[in-house]
Ligand binder design. Structure first.
Ligand code: AMP
Ligand code: MG
Length: 417
């Protein structure tokens, strides 16, 4: 039922984006469970226990180049002409270098005891079993020192970071075959709306495809979440309550799109209120003004409901749900997206009432200066704009902009994944 009370909801004072995020993060609790996984399977997981090296990397002084290992003190007396006394490929440990000789050596091979310098092969002249090294060789050159990357006993990866490929490589470089990671976050999702059908089904009159399901699940999977999809939920109180009750059962978090306004077809608010508690926030931003946040059931499973508008869903997920999720996942340190300052390559002639998160591209202009451009259609109902953009331009409320003005830009690398 639409009542006059709905108006009081809408006119309730609006939260700033920062206030809303602050309120959300204050309620986000990291999940405590962790598990051991093979290092090979650690990609995208959050490290629960820091990786400490038991070895030096490199484990011994080794050659940085293919060339000749010498004692620099021998060079003056010999005029740089030395017999080659041994050959040391990678993986072989040669005997100590006889004085007055050179060792043929290859990249990564241990420098033999006694040698202190490697001369690169390109600057040497070979004459049978002899090598002529050039004058003015820098003593100590072309040797990678024991422990110069990692010293035994040092922490190589701190707990609380999401593992990228380079972290897995680093863990492997110290011999870690397994890693202790936080359990994957289990997130239940559903999409509310009688008009929604799934791709693969022909559209009937008034129907649209459920795009939010794909956006939302993709965003969650990019964050390494285990997603439980409860599908499309019809616009009735019963159906919404049923979906929420099922979602709350085995999930750490519930995300829903659509039905969070206060119209008579919007059932999320009353449904969550019956099963737990809910705040419906009006946030001074566009798109994505209403955001529902609540808790369900005995376990007080957190619930975040975004508007159904596909651009609003994307923006509210990136700005609010993602930081909340990252904190739950066990990320240590800032979980907020970081903005950079960039110059606009457009004008914004009418001051915005609410802060705008416009779909934008930061790209070099013809003089290679980074410039922001906006998607031609600024409407927040145009999902094409999100696929086109590489980030969100933050248009401050109450200001006009002319070309060259600096504003904040949040690249997608800070908003997704
Ligand atoms: P609502 O938040 O339910 O009022 O929906 C706002 C707008 O978003 C309406 O135009 C809906 O048709 C559209 N919408 C809602 N849910 C979805 C969805 N899952 N996929 C695509 N569009 C949606
Ligand atoms: Mg709806």
């Amino acid at each position: 039922m639409t009542t006059h009370n709905d108006c009081s909801e809408i006119s309730r004072s609006q939260l700033s984006v920062e206030e809303a995020l602050e309120l959300l993060l204050a309620q986000s609790r990291p999940i405590a469970d962790s598990e051991r996984v093979p290092t090979r399977s650690g990609l995208g997981r959050v490290l629960a226990e820091s990786v400490v090296s038991t070895i030096d990397v490199p484990g011994w002084d080794n050659s940085a180049m293919d060339g000749y290992a010498v004692r620099s003190a021998d060079l003056a007396a010999s005029g740089g002409r030395l017999p080659v006394s041994q050959r040391i490929p990678a993986g072989v440990v040669g005997p100590p270098l006889e004085s007055g000789t050179a060792a043929r050596i290859f990249t990564g091979a241990p420098v033999p005891a006694g040698a202190d310098t490697v001369v690169i092969q390109e600057s040497c002249t070979i004459d049978g079993d002899w090598v002529q090294v050039p004058p003015d060789i820098e003593a100590g050159a072309n040797i990678r020192r024991t422990g110069e990357d990692i010293a035994a006993g040092s922490q190589v990866i701190p707990a609380g970071i999401r593992l990228r490929a380079q972290h897995l490589g680093l863990a492997a470089s110290v011999g870690a075959a397994e890693l202790t990671v936080c359990r994957r976050l289990r997130v239940a999702v559903f999409s509310s709306g009688d008009e929604l059908v799934m791709p693969g089904t022909p559209l009937g009159p008034g129907q649209i495809y459920n795009s939010n399901r794909f956006t939302l699940i993709g965003l969650l999977e990019e964050l390494g979440c285990e997603v439980r999809d409860l599908g499309i939920v019809r616009d009735t109180l019963d159906a919404t309550m049923e979906a929420l009750a099922e979602a709350a059962e085995r999930s750490d978090l519930i995300l829903a799109s659509g039905g969070v306004s206060v119209g008579e077809e919007d059932h999320v608010k009353p449904a969550v209120e019956r099963l737990g508690s809910l705040d419906l926030w009006q946030i001074a931003m566009r798109p994505g003004k209403p955001l529902a946040f609540g808790h369900l059931g005995a376990a007080r499973t957190p619930f975040i409901g975004s508007p159904g508008n596909p651009v609003s869903l994307f923006v509210t997920f990136c700005l609010f749900a993602r930081p909340f999720i990252r904190r739950m996942q066990g990320i240590v340190g800032s979980v907020r997206p970081a903005a950079v300052t960039a110059e606009v390559g457009f004008t914004w002639p009418r001051p915005a009432k609410r802060r705008e998160f416009q779909r934008a591209r930061l790209e070099p202009d013809k003089d290679s200066r980074p410039r922001l451009s906006l998607y031609p259609n600024p409407s927040s109902a145009v999902l094409s704009s999100v696929a086109w953009a590489n980030g969100l331009a933050v248009i401050p409320e109450g200001r006009v902009l002319k070309a060259g003005d600096p504003i904040e830009f949040i690249p997608f690398s800070e908003l997704t994944g």
